[in-house]
Design a protein around this ligand. Structure first.
Ligand code: DAH
Length: 331
């Protein structure tokens, strides 16, 4: 191949390359064009392959032309690359422009159910007092729901709670007090524990009763725990939940506490019972292998629905379980 042939081929390659560079619609395509012309086996190399046969005088001239062609292609590619990139950014900016005059899209927002909300609030208060949060099962044996809590087999106190029994002798727990036994069996005092969860009773459903409801249980066991500690804790807790409020203790009876009390708060001019409590009965401590001569403790249980109804001014417990959005949206 003569030097003039190589020259004209070089210029042909340059023209074709320029067309291809301009036609490349994207960065990937542009890179293919680069490889096609400037790559090791690209068109430019192919043309220069013929240089070997040139005379010593012609070679430098063609070499220089080839270098110029290469640099020119490189800068054309670079320029095209910049153009493509800025076009891409412009397109993106255009497509992402906000039309603030367009009507909005309705995004329904979920809310915390009044029951979960009050459980959260109470949990926060007790965690602030250093309590541990525990859980236990809803399907329970007679032992954990009654026997270990000092309900003797024929104890009339079992009639206080209408129990749902399952085939095989298991039952649905009637209160969260089973957590006391399950937790104390596996942990050593000192302990301060809070547990919340569902409970079940064979109650006829009406405005204030539900067969499934929630309780919160809290208890503390240590050396020298007294009824004063219980009173102080209950007072502090109720004030944290309701603000300044009048609190009253009434003597009561529970098999698992001695002495026992029920607690009322003065709410809208009336005394309203909010929880049962007492000093953990020595028999309960013995059942979990804890020496009542060395340790003492208090325990309390409260009905969550009752508190939620008071706090959110709800007149019928059944509203809490019917997922009626018109009702739930108010909270
Ligand atoms: N378990 C009782 C109930 O369901 C509530 C209760 C009363 C729990 C006194 C306690 C307690 O821990 O000390 O009616």
């Amino acid at each position: 191949m003569s030097s003039s042939e190589i020259e004209s081929q070089l210029s042909a390659v340059q023209h074709r390359a320029a067309d291809d560079i301009n036609a490349a619609a994207g960065l990937e395509e542009l890179d293919k064009v680069r490889v096609k012309y400037l790559g090791k086996k690209g068109d430019l190399s192919k043309v220069l392959g013929g240089m070997g046969k040139l005379s010593a005088q012609e070679r430098p001239k063609i070499g220089k032309l080839a270098n110029e062609a290469k640099t020119a292609l490189q800068s054309q590619i670079e320029q095209r690359k910049e153009d493509l990139q800025s076009a891409q950014i412009r397109a993106q900016l255009e497509s992402e422009t906000l039309d603030v005059t367009m009507p909005g899209v309705y995004q329904p927002q979920g809310r915390i159910h009044p029951i979960n909300s009050i459980i959260d609030q109470i949990t926060d208060i007790f965690v602030g007092l250093g309590y541990t949060v525990a859980q236990s099962q809803e399907i329970e044996s007679d032992y954990y729901n009654f026997e270990a809590l000092n309900f003797l087999p024929d104890h009339p106190a079992r009639d206080m709670q209408d129990t749902l029994y399952l085939p095989g002798g298991q039952l649905m727990r009637t209160h969260t007090s089973n957590t006391q036994i399950r937790y104390m069996e596996n942990n050593q005092p000192p302990m301060r524990v809070l547990a919340s969860g569902r409970c079940y009773r064979r109650d006829t459903v009406d405005a204030t009763h539900s067969a499934v409801f929630h309780q919160i249980e809290f208890f503390a066991v240590d050396k020298d725990i007294t009824f004063t500690d219980l009173r102080g804790t209950v007072q502090l807790f109720l004030e944290a939940l309701f603000g300044e409020i009048e609190v009253r203790f009434r003597p009561s009876y529970f098999p698992f506490t001695e002495p026992s009390a029920e607690v009322d708060v003065r709410w809208q001019g009336q005394w309203l019972e909010v929880m049962g409590c007492g000093m953990i009965d020595p028999n309960v401590l013995k059942a979990v292998g804890c020496d009542p001569e060395e340790y003492s403790g208090f325990a309390a249980g409260l009905g969550v629905e009752r508190l939620a109804m008071v706090q959110s001014k709800i007149d019928d417990i059944r509203r809490l379980y019917k997922s009626d959005l018109r009702f739930l949206r108010q909270f």
